[in-house]
Ligand binder design. Structure first.
Ligand SMILES: [Mn+2]
Length: 255
């Protein structure tokens, strides 16, 4: 592979807060992808690409075709593209693998680049507590409920989901911007991970708070932030991983 950098981004939440600004965001993501194409060894999109996505057996939602085509272009050029389910877009049933040639994961996976080990996943539902959220996730992931939902006419099913995402997500985008340090669910997950010292970077989305938080000499918790407030991404240059932003006036927060 010609490229030498591994890139990670997450939480584009395409679809909100409205069509026009989502479209602007999608085009910014395309510019970012164009800018990294030449030196990209592998690309990770770590969940919540779409604020809502549900693919039916023969039909997919309208929109977002530029991003899909760009991911296909990476894959067609021989650059591995790894896409993870987020809690907003886990209703993917093989379309992206088949149509775009990307790899799709419902669960976190461990990868290795230049001797460094990466634990990569969206991060939703990991760590202790969160009983209510974990219950909702179990409904979302339930095959029977997914099968039932597939019989709801898309105008109603997707229409209702979009209505909900506009109602609830506009201000908070899933989380809040207070950092709870060691009390963070994902940091507790890393602390309790049995093989922690063998993982150099735990890379998550979901929390929308970009940071590299050291867990020990060897190991760090990385959050990719989002493309709503930060346009943040991580790049691994075969030696170390750094957080950066693209076309953003918002500095990365210091914690
Ligand atoms: Mn998210």
């Amino acid at each position: 592979m010609a490229g030498k950098n591994v890139y990670f981004a997450s939480d584009f939440h395409l679809g909100i807060p409205d069509e026009a600004s989502s479209f602007e965001r999608e085009k910014r993501i395309i510019r970012w992808l164009d800018s990294i194409f030449a030196d990209c060894e592998a690309l990770f999109i770590v969940g919540d690409i779409f604020d809502f996505w549900f693919e039916y057996k023969l039909v997919v939602p309208k929109g977002f075709v530029r991003l899909q085509a760009k991911l296909a272009a990476f894959a067609d050029a021989g650059i591995p593209v790894h896409v993870f389910h987020g809690n907003h877009d886990l209703w993917q049933f093989g379309y992206f693998e088949k149509e775009l040639g990307v790899k799709v994961y419902a669960e976190p996976q461990v990868f290795e680049f230049s001797g460094k080990r990466f634990f990569v996943g969206h991060g939703d539902g990991l760590g202790p507590g969160q009983a209510k959220f974990k219950f909702i996730l179990s409904v979302y992931r339930n095959r029977f409920f997914q099968w039932l939902f597939s019989f709801v006419h898309p105008s109603i099913g997707i229409g209702t989901a979009n209505w909900f995402s506009h109602q609830s997500k506009l201000k908070t985008f899933d989380g809040n911007f207070t950092f709870y340090g060691e009390k963070e669910h994902l940091i507790q997950f890393c602390r309790n991970y049995p093989d922690r010292e063998r993982i150099d970077y735990f890379v998550f989305g979901h929390r929308h708070l970009p940071m590299i938080f050291p867990l020990s000499e060897q190991s760090a918790y990385v959050n990719l932030g989002d493309w709503i407030g930060f346009n943040s991404y991580a790049v691994f240059n075969q030696h170390k991983l750094e957080l950066k932003t693209f076309e953003s006036d918002v500095p990365l927060p210091a914690f």
